[in-house]
Structures are given as C-alpha cells and as structure tokens.
Design a protein around this ligand. Structure first.
Ligand code: K7E
Ligand code: CUA
Length: 666
C-alpha cells in the first residue's frame, strides 16, 4: 500500500465523535475532572458537539487532553533538538510541542544578536577553518552534561558534522559560549556524547581524511587516511572545553559512526560503530561502484571498543604525537596499551546505545533487521583471555560469538535506541517508518530480549528521544520520534517540506499512543535529549547590571548609569551607552570618517523580559541586550552619513522613539 492509501484507510476507519454516543468518551476522558470542578453535565454535551463538528475521534480527544497545556501554564519537560544544517539547537516544550527557542550555535542569528557583537563573533571566529570563518554547521547530536550518569541541567554540547567542531552552551542563559575546531579531523559524527561525569565530550570522526586537514591522493587511502576518536576535556569551573588537556586516538580508515559512553560497570569505556570497512571511496566515472554500494559489501563491520580512562592516562604520560597542536595516541600505542579493540557487527551499523545499567551495548544496523546486543562483561572476558585476531591495521578483533549476548529481530532499517524506566527499549525503524518497543533482558528478567509492539510513525524515523533515555535514570512518559519525511502530514508550503516530530505516549506498558505531530520548519532534527524542567535553573535576568555573558561575570568595562558618554582619543572612540525604556544614553554619537569605534551598551533594566535590541544601519549590526547584559561592537566609521540607530525589540509603548543618531562627518 502506498503512503497516500494508508492515510485514506486510516480516515475510513475513523469513528467520528457523535454527541449522542459521545458522553462515554468525554466521560471517560474528563468528566470526573469537570465534575470535581462542579461543572454541569450539559457542558459534556457541548464539548461532544465541538468534537463532532470538528470530526474528532475519541482517540483524537484523548490525545488532545494529554497534550494541551493551558495558557499561562508550563511544560513539564524540555527537549533540546539539533537543528541539522540550520546549525542551531531547538528548544521545545513537552507535551505541548511548542517551540520555545532556537539557540544560535554555528550560524549567525540576528534576533539573538549572535555573530554580530564582538563577543559572539569571537566565539564563531575561534572555530574558523584556518582563517576562513564558517557561518553554518550541521548539528547532529546534542548532549546534556551529566553527573553520576544523569543529566544535571548545566551545559549542553553539540557537534558540527560538516567541519568537525564542538560547541558548548551554558544552560544558565541558553547561549553558546565556545566552539572548538578539531585540529585532527575534518568531519565528525560520533559526538557529542558526555561521559557519566562530563569529564570528556566524545567526538568521533565520520569520513576518513589525512590528519591535520592535509592532502593525500585517494590512491593512498589505506596509508594516509585515518579515523579518530577525540576526547575533549571539559572544565566545569570555567564552563569550557580545555583543548590543552584534550587528545585523540588514531583509528583505522573505516568510517566511524555513532558513539556512546559506558556507564556503571562499563564506565571508563566508550563504544563507536564503524562502517565502510571495505574502505570504498567512490569513483563512479572511473568505473568504481558508488560509495553506497562499495561501502555495503561486507557482512560485518566493526564496533570499536575503547578504554578512554586508560587513554587519558597514556595521553597524560605523553605517549602521544603532536598533530596540529593537539596530542594524538597513535594506533600502535593504543593497541600496545590495551586501549583499542574491535568486535564485528552486522552490516552497516548506525546507532550504538548503552543500556541504563551499563551492562549491554545495543547496536542497530541499517541493513540488518536485528539489533545486536553485546555484553560488556563478555567483551572484557574476551580481552582478558587474549581471545582475538588482528585486522590489517593491527587492531585486535574480538570474536563476535564470544561478545554477543543476543540479537532481537525488529524490522527494517533499525537506527537508534532509547530506554525507559519500565525495562523497555525503543528502536527506530527507518525503512518500516515505525518504532519498535522491545523488552531489555538480562539476569533475573523474565521474557527479556523480545519485541513487544510496533507503532507506525510518519515517516522515515531517525532518532528517538525519551526523558533521560540515554542515561542511568530514564523516565517513561513520552517518546519523541524525529522523522525525516512528513509527506502528507501538513498543509503544503512548497517543495521543501517541514520535518515532523511526533509525540508518543509510552506510559502504558500495554500500548503506545501517538499524540501529536509537530511540524518543524527550521532544520533537520537528528537527535534530541529531553530533561525535566525541574532540573533546569535558567536565569530570567542577568545577575548584575553590566554582566558579560562571554565570561559570566561583571564586566569592568560595562557602561554604568551616570557614566555614559563618547570618549575620543585620537581616532579611537569609545561609546559608552546604556539602554532603558525607552531611550539610549547618549542618543547623539558624533564620529569622524575613519574613526575606530568601540561601542558598548549595557541594558540597565531589571525586569523580566525587558530586552532591548540595537540595530545600526550601514554596519550590518543587530544586537540583543537582555536585562543586565553588557555587549560590545567594534567597527570603523568608513562612510560619511547620518545613521539612525534604533531598538529592534518592541519593548514599550514608546519603543518607536527608542532611537538615536550616529553622524559620521566627512
Ligand atoms: Cu542517525 Cu547523524 Cu545520529 Cu541523523 S544520525 S538520524
Ligand atoms: Cu527598547 Cu524597543
């Protein structure tokens, strides 16, 4: 059946709400609530009539009751979703599925003033490719910081697959603080994944290249091209990645895919899939198979099993090579020190996910209908017994049979797995456009390693997201399916379709219920992580007037009330400005052609939501200055003229009057 036919048959089966028969459903769903509010039964009928008029089924009404968040009340959960090649992070409330914020990360964003102030431009420029500034990224995997294997609500990390960069977002103000460019690799995918106490952020390469962004012909692929696993050291005190304490581990030129950190018994280890063990590079016009075929010939690829704690010791002991200013543990050293092993895994694996107890590692292969479950203990036993051969790069290969706990057949195109607190795992089935719920097994568990239920989703699902679904303490109320295709779900808006996030109720052990479709007209949300809002404590205004979000401290240079003015020293001009409803002080800024201007603005407001913005025509500048914040923009007055600057945030009744003149005299 094609997709269109599926949809119409769903419609045929709809039992439209009928007011006569409706009382039963309304009664079941909500009458007790209404009764407790003392509302008469007549209202039930009225609601039934609305449902009937709108053609809603009882199932629809149930879903609506479970997702509606009344005006003025808050969502219980936030999800942080990648924005794909928009380069941003999306913050969405659950269960309402309301988009609350788009956090600018790799792409300049004028509403937030990101990439326009000196401070935020510095964040982007620090991660330039050599000296070429990058103004977009391909975000895939957000990772919340963890303490003892659970989200702590302090920081968020996200990778840029296109350029192998890693970003740090501070969840006190939901702003990007740092982006680091990986000096070894040019393309990543196995990141961001946090170790259980956020000691390191894992960043695995995707497409193999020569290290250090150097040149080597494809004919030298086996000799010169390599994969790598980078461990970025995170310093919680400074809230920054410390490149000086970070390092990489050299891997064979297979393409690394998703990764995950061990936890509990497997803490100190990490796991990364690799595909293209065929080492195909394409060459269609030269008579070679396209990459998709060349890279899918082997029945088995490899799961990389890496002792990161040991690797950190080896790096600290200096058994490394410096490549572009960052240490690299060479493959031979990694093998010799017992850091690096591989285990065969079925054809073209994609997701690798460690179970909440840390005992098992679940691998999903794009071209295999099973998930393969590895036992961490069995892997350790095989290592201890020296039970391995070596691949052509000398990396130990542990026997498949010795390491596998079981395989569970789920369906076509399994990709990614999340867990809940009822002992279930959920795996996305890309080709089936479905979610498989299956039971995690293990010692003392009855009926484990079994498929339980499948739920269709719309369509071609990638990642899944459960609250804490990759941590030691997952929760079991909602699951979000992050779907690649939306096809017939929404009103057409042109040939570029929205993405479709679907909210699913997983609270019942007996059945899954699809609750809500959320079109997302921004970018492809690969992965998302969900956290209860009770674990977050964001500021609503900056702590003090004159706060610099780049340092999260009071700025000694911040213009303060009563100290405003324009100070000239030769052709260097400092503009010290404050903003408050509804004026800038000063509002006349007289410059001369060629002046080098450092313009600082402090928003001296203390009220929630009293943000002012600052648009400066002719200099391509728009800033967002939140209450208490101080911000800087520097430029050369390179063209005479009269420039009306103004506040772009509709802040008050006299917002239109919140302006001033910058005059540049010839
Ligand atoms: Cu499957 Cu980049 Cu995690 Cu997309 S990846 S789906
Ligand atoms: Cu300040 Cu508008």
């Amino acid at each position: 059946m094609d997709e269109k036919a599926k949809v119409s048959s769903r419609f045929d089966r709809r039992t439209v709400f009928k007011s006569g028969a409706a009382a039963a459903v309304v009664g079941a769903a909500g009458a007790s609530l209404w009764r407790s509010g003392g509302v008469a039964r007549a209202d039930d009928d009225d609601i039934a009539k609305i449902a009937e008029a709108r053609g809603l089924t009882p199932e629809d009404v149930r879903a609506a009751l479970k997702t509606y968040v009344p005006s003025g009340t808050y969502d219980e959960t936030l999800i942080f979703a990648s924005g794909g090649h928009s380069g941003q992070v999306l913050v969405i409330g659950v269960p309402s599925m309301r988009l609350l914020k788009q956090i600018a990360v790799f792409t300049p964003e004028p509403w937030q003033g990101y990439g326009f102030s000196d401070e935020t431009r510095a964040v982007l420029e620090a991660s330039a490719f050599d000296d070429k500034p990058l103004t977009w990224g391909d975000t895939h995997h957000p990772a919340l910081s963890e303490t003892n294997g659970e989200y702590d609500g302090q920081f968020l990390f996200i990778n840029d697959k296109a350029h192998a960069r890693m970003a740090v977002i501070d969840l006190r103000d939901f702003e990007t603080k740092q982006i680091v460019k990986n000096p070894h690799i040019l393309s990543n995918h196995g990141g961001a994944f946090a170790t259980p106490n956020t000691d390191y952020i894992i960043d695995g390469s995707q497409y193999a290249t020569p290290f250090g962004w150097e040149y080597a012909p494809l004919s030298e692929y086996k000799e010169k091209y390599r994969g790598a696993m980078t461990l970025w050291k995170f310093d919680r005190e400074t809230g920054r990645i410390d490149p000086a304490l970070s390092f990489s581990i050299e891997l064979p030129p297979y393409w690394q895919d998703l990764a995950d950190a061990g936890k509990g018994p497997s803490d100190g280890w990490m796991f990364s899939n690799s595909f293209n063990t065929e080492m195909a590079t394409g060459g269609i016009l030269e008579g070679h198979p396209p990459v998709e075929a060349g890279a899918s010939m082997h029945d088995m690829d490899y799961l990389s099993v890496i002792n990161w704690r040991k690797a950190a010791e080896v790096a600290a002991a200096g058994k490394t090579e410096d490549i572009k200013g960052m240490p690299m543990i060479r493959m031979a050293t990694a093998v010799e020190e017992g850091i690096l092993f591989q285990v065969p895994e079925p054809k073209s694996p994609h997701g690798v996910d460690v179970t909440p107890t840390g005992e098992y590692i679940v691998v999903a292969g794009k071209l295999d209908p099973h998930v393969t479950v590895y036992s961490f203990q069995k892997i350790q036993d095989a290592i201890a017994a020296g039970n391995f051969e070596q691949d052509e790069f000398g990396v130990p290969i542990l026997p498949f049979d010795a390491c596998v706990e079981t395989q569970v057949e789920l369906g076509l195109g399994p990709l990614h797995t999340q867990f809940d607190d009822q002992g279930f795992a959920y795996t996305s089935l890309f080709l089936d456009s479905a979610i498989a719920r299956w039971k995690v097994g293990g010692e003392g568990i009855d009926g484990g390693w079994e498929m339980v239920e499948k739920l269709p989703v719309h369509y071609n699902v990638g990642h899944l997201c459960v609250v804490g679904g990759d941590t030691m303490a997952p929760q079991g109320k909602h699951l979000i399916a992050l779907n690649k295709w939306s096809i017939d779900r929404f009103t057409p808006v042109g040939p570029l379709f929205p993405q479709n996030l679907q909210l699913i109720d997983i609270s019942s052990p007996d059945t899954l219920q699809l609750l809500f479709d959320m079109p997302l007209g921004v970018g492809e949300p690969h992965y998302a992580q969900a956290i209860p809002t009770s674990k977050l404590a964001p500021w609503t205004v900056y702590p003090e007037v004159g706060w610099d979000p780049a340092t999260q401290a009071l700025s000694p240079d911040a213009p303060q009330p009563g100290k405003e003015g324009v100070v000239r020293d030769g052709n260097k001009v400092a503009v010290n400005m404050t903003s408050i409803r509804s004026h800038f002080t000063p509002d006349w800024v007289n410059l001369q052609l060629g002046d080098e201007v450092t313009w600082r603005i402090t928003n001296i407001e203390r009220a929630d939501d009293a943000t002012h913005a600052f648009a400066l025509p002719g200099q391509n500048v728009n800033l967002s200055i939140e209450p208490g914040e101080t911000i800087t923009v520097s430029f050369t007055a390179d063209r005479p003229g009269v420039y009306p600057f103004y506040c772009t945030e509709f802040c008050s009744a006299l917002h239109l009057e919140m302006m001033g003149y910058m005059l540049v005299s010839p």
